[in-house]
Ligand binder design. Structure first.
Ligand code: TYM
Length: 371
């Protein structure tokens, strides 16, 4: 199911052609075997929606359950690039911890931690920021999108992808499972690996982007299927949240934008609204889109929406209950994060020591001529 985008291989080829130094770095990189390590992150900004669930969390659980080493970071440093209430941010961090556990992240097998508690993320961000150009960052779509509505754009929003690269590199991650909207950020991380390794010697593996080749890579907004389902969309009916009450889920599915054709058919190009609903149905049940349409013969889209709403409610209810149960135990959630942070810190420290030695040359024996 997983498609590994070989953008890394492509950039390796491109830059190999560019310079002899880089040829050396690419060949060194292929000689070194890095342990497979999966890293991803999610911002603690309120309730998780189906886009986050199918595009990311679901995949992390799948990878964890096939015995991969998965690091899940609650990216609170990324969240503060837009104004946050500190109390709410703390609560949302614990809510995200509860959500990830309720979705199947086992904090004993995976490493679940709070990004801001490992200060080396920001320190490595500074070093990577010093080898990134402003021109490279200005092109990234998320910055353009998020800064559009702001009069004064915070610098943090601009360097946000560099912090994301630091997150990945700090653990020498080899694979990064994300939704399609994050692809260009991971490409930046791949570029920064090339630049860093060329400048300071082979240090990091090229992180591969893991994006599903199916519809879960981009779950669409229920109100505007040309757009992705998003936490920042002002219309709350545009997304189905894991914490929504059954009535809310029903209401949102009923109000989902479709078109003027009443049959249920799957045509993502011509009928994106109904196709998005069928995709959600298929992701929840594992049925093919053909089978779903076959079973929906004789139903109009209004009737089909009621059927889908039942499925969504049935699948999300146990997760919602579990999230609510876990949120009644904040001390436990805090403990989970502390344990995860300790384990993350151990991995990060070994990488950080190597990085600082390479960048700052810590060894006094190397000093030859001060003047
Ligand atoms: P965030 O919090 O916006 O989203 C978390 C994950 O959910 C995916 N996603 C979607 N997938 C499919 N369809 C959608 N409609 C949809 N909406 C969101 C996102 O692609 C993401 O995988 N900057 C990141 C968090 C982060 C990170 C990292 C990710 C911080 N450091 C390092 C990977 C590696 C973010 O804001 O994700």
């Amino acid at each position: 199911m997983l498609k590994i985008l070989r953008a890394a291989a492509h950039s390796e080829r491109t830059c190999a052609a560019k310079s002899e130094g880089l040829r050396k770095c690419s060949s060194q990189a292929t000689q070194i075997k890095y342990p497979k390590r999966i890293f991803s992150g999610i911002q603690p900004t309120g309730s998780v929606h189906l886009g986050n669930y199918f595009g990311a969390i679901w995949r992390w659980v799948e990878l964890q359950n096939s015995n991969e080493a998965v690091l899940c970071s609650i990216a609170d440093l990324h969240s503060i690039t837009l104004p946050q209430n500190p109390q709410k941010l703390r609560e949302n961090t614990l809510l995200m911890t509860a959500t990830l556990i309720a979705c199947g992240i086992d904090y004993k097998r995976s490493i679940l931690f709070q990004q801001s508690k490992v200060s080396m993320h920001t320190e490595l961000c500074w070093i990577l920021g010093s080898i990134t150009t402003m021109a490279r960052l200005a092109h990234l779509p998320q910055f353009k999108e998020k800064s559009e509505s702001l009069k004064n754009v915070p610098l943090g929003l601009y360097i946000y992808p560099v912090l994301q690269a630091a997150d990945i590199l700090l653990y020498k991650a080899t694979h990064v499972p994300v939704g399609q909207d994050q692809a260009q950020h991971i490409q930046l991380a791949q570029d920064l690996v090339q630049i860093f390794n060329r400048q300071f010697g082979q240090t990091f593996p090229i992180p591969h982007t893991l994006i599903s080749d199916g519809p879960s890579q981009r779950i669409k907004s229920l109100r505007d299927p040309a757009k992705k389902m998003s936490k920042s969309h002002t219309d709350f009916k545009s997304r189905l949240n894991l914490l929504d009450e059954p009535d809310e889920l029903l209401e949102k599915v009923k109000k989902a934008v479709t078109d003027f054709t009443s049959e249920v058919t799957y045509d993502p190009e011509k009928r994106p609204g109904i196709a998005n609903l069928i995709n959600i149905h298929s992701l929840f049940t594992g049925q093919t889109t053909e089978k779903i349409c076959e079973e929906a013969v004789g139903l109009n889209t209004g009737q089909y929406k009621l059927k889908l709403a039942d499925i969504v409610i049935e699948k999300l209810s146990p997760i919602r209950k579990d999230i609510l149960r876990l949120t009644r135990e904040p001390a436990y959630l805090d403990e989970v994060l502390k344990e995860g942070t300790e384990r993350a810190m151990e991995l990060a420290t070994s990488c950080w020591t190597e990085v600082t030695e390479k960048v700052f040359g810590n060894d006094i024996q190397d000093v030859k001529n001060i003047i």
